[in-house]
Design a protein around this ligand. Structure first.
Ligand SMILES: *Cc1c(COP(=O)(O)O)cnc(C)c1O
Length: 365
């Protein structure tokens, strides 16, 4: 079986470093907001090129706290992509704001900057683009339109750790950004974890309070906060993996390029790199009019595949009322034809070849 992700092989690759790092945490018994979280926050901030990185309990929380700390709240509209994981929109709803979904680009599947422009109203407070599948959105255009319209730019970087635009990391280009360290993400821990990145001292101070019960000094509480901390075991694992992230992402790109090369003559739409930034291939997602037949053949041949995402957010039951009548044709068409193939740094050329042969015979058969 070729899985979508192979966390075990990666663990074995780093086992000596990771086991030792975890053992040290166990010996010190400092589990919450200790030296590893502090060190990881400093190392992540340096890597991302931001003044502050604040660990928290998940990527969903990171987005939630980033929105709260920027003052987005009830009555505000936040323009975002309908073609993303639900957490993007949940975070917007948690603060009492309304997600406004606009259509995507048919080739990159990222939010379409022109569509953002037309959705701006006098209630629009922020734009939350998602660097989907690891490909940076068109930040030059989106930053410019945010500036022109006085909107906050908050990036969902859950799938884009290490992706960059002109040597600037995604997550360093808006007021703040949320990252996820869910195990299968490009930089993943061994449980849940997340991070807010920001160069605003004010946003950083607020997020630090909010993630820890609204408290700066222990037992003194200034606002109602949350229990949303990254723990020391996750932080120490992330410190090990952060040292390898560029290598992992290079290997993901190798896998993706190999797939695309081998499928160049097949009637599928392989991922389009728009050249605006460096794609880090959290997913390798293609389009086919015969998705079901191809996925069936893959399954029979022992190859995993998955659909991200089968139902766009504006068509989810949870948004049935607020999005009634909303039609986003590109998103709807993509969600009917997209599917993703196994991709992870350790995926070997022989396996890539095998996957493509199954797809080739399914499409020719
Ligand atoms: C994974 C993901 C999140 C949420 O991250 P969690 O750590 O699972 O809470 C948010 N947005 C996107 C686009 C994601 O892929």
């Amino acid at each position: 079986m070729i899985p979508m992700v192979d966390l075990k092989t990666q663990y074995h690759r780093l086992k000596v470093e990771i086991d030792q790092a975890i053992a040290e945490v166990l010996e010190t018994t400092a589990f919450i907001l200790g030296p590893n979280v502090r060190a990881f926050e400093e190392e992540a901030a340096a890597y991302l090129g931001v003044r502050h990185a604040i660990g928290c309990a998940s990527g969903t929380d990171a987005l939630h706290l980033a929105l709260l700390a920027s003052g987005v709240g009830p009555g505000d509209e936040v323009i975002t992509s309908p073609f993303t994981f639900i957490a993007t929109a949940e975070a917007i709803r948690y603060v009492g704001a309304t997600p406004v979904f606009v259509d995507i680009d048919p080739r990159t599947f990222n939010i379409d900057p022109a569509a953002i422009e037309t959705a701006i109203t006098n209630k629009t407070r922020a734009v939350m683009p998602v660097h989907l599948f690891g490909q940076p959105v068109d930040m030059a255009k989106i930053s410019a339109l945010c500036e022109r319209n006085g909107l906050l730019l908050i990036e969902d970087c859950a799938q884009s750790f290490g992706a960059s635009i002109d040597r600037h990391q995604t997550g360093s280009l808006g007021i703040s950004a949320g990252y996820s360290f869910f195990p299968s993400k490009n930089l993943g821990c061994y449980g849940d974890g997340g991070l807010v990145a920001t160069s605003s001292d004010e946003v950083a101070a607020k997020v630090r309070m909010l993630r820890n019960h609204g408290s700066e000094v222990r037992y003194y509480h200034d606002v109602i906060g949350y229990n949303s901390r990254l723990d020391e075991i996750q932080a120490t694992i992330l410190r090990v993996k952060l040292r390898h992230i560029d290598e992992f992402n290079r290997e993901r790109r190798r896998v993706a390029h190999r797939y695309s090369e081998l499928m160049a003559d097949l009637p599928v739409q392989t991922p389009h790199e728009d050249g605006l930034g460096v794609h880090v291939y959290h997913q390798y997602t293609l389009l086919s009019d015969r998705r079901e037949a191809v996925m069936d053949a893959l399954q029979k041949a022992g190859v995993s595949s998955a659909v991200y995402y089968p139902v766009p957010l504006h068509q989810q039951k949870v948004f049935a009322k607020s999005c009634a009548g909303l039609s986003l044709p590109v998103t709807e068409s993509v969600s009917k034809r997209c599917f993703s193939l196994p991709i992870y740094p350790e995926l070997e050329d022989s396996d890539i070849g095998r996957v493509v042969e199954v797809i080739r015979s399914a499409l020719n058969g």
